[in-house]
Design a binder for this molecule. Structure first.
Ligand SMILES: [Zn+2]
Length: 151
């Protein structure tokens, strides 16, 4: 009897803490979603044209005169974003084949020219950064990290 009354408050406190955690994670998730919705439109039409022009075709196989799609070099599911330095024009076939695979792994596995891609990606990335200087980041990443650690 004595034992039970000592245990009860502890488990109640635990439940309270779990409730707080769920709320905090939910808030962080909503915040992340809002941010992702926003960055999805980070690339302006002018920037996208400049990228296609710089690559002159599919970034992975060089195919020209085919419709090009926006491929995230680092897949969104791996933490990549729709930003100028993470988008490369890709033909439908390369885009579908690469899917969410890690880019260098995929290039090697499908016998594409890994080195040529990495060199051009680096050079074009630099040229793009010069042409379109990044606006200051208005996100407060620190807040979110603190939230996550705290929870
Ligand atoms: Zn291609």
């Amino acid at each position: 009897m004595n034992r039970r009354s000592r245990v009860a408050p502890v488990s109640r406190r635990y439940v309270d803490r779990m409730a707080v955690k769920r709320t905090k994670s939910a808030r962080a998730a909503r915040k992340r979603k809002r941010r992702m919705d926003r960055v999805e439109h980070d690339l302006t039409p002018v920037q996208w044209s400049a990228l296609q022009e710089a690559w002159g075709g599919c970034a992975y196989c060089g195919a020209a005169d085919v419709p090009l799609q926006r491929d995230c070099v680092l897949a969104i599911s791996r933490g990549g974003r729709y930003t100028l330095d993470n988008i490369a024009p890709a033909c439908r076939s390369c885009n579908a084949s690469k899917c969410n695979e890690e880019v260098t792994h995929w290039l090697r596995r499908t016998k594409r020219d890994e080195r040529a891609f990495l060199v051009r990606h680096y050079e074009i990335g630099r040229a793009m950064t010069e042409r379109f200087p990044q606006a200051p980041d208005d996100d407060h990443e620190g807040d979110e990290v603190a939230d996550d650690v705290d929870a």
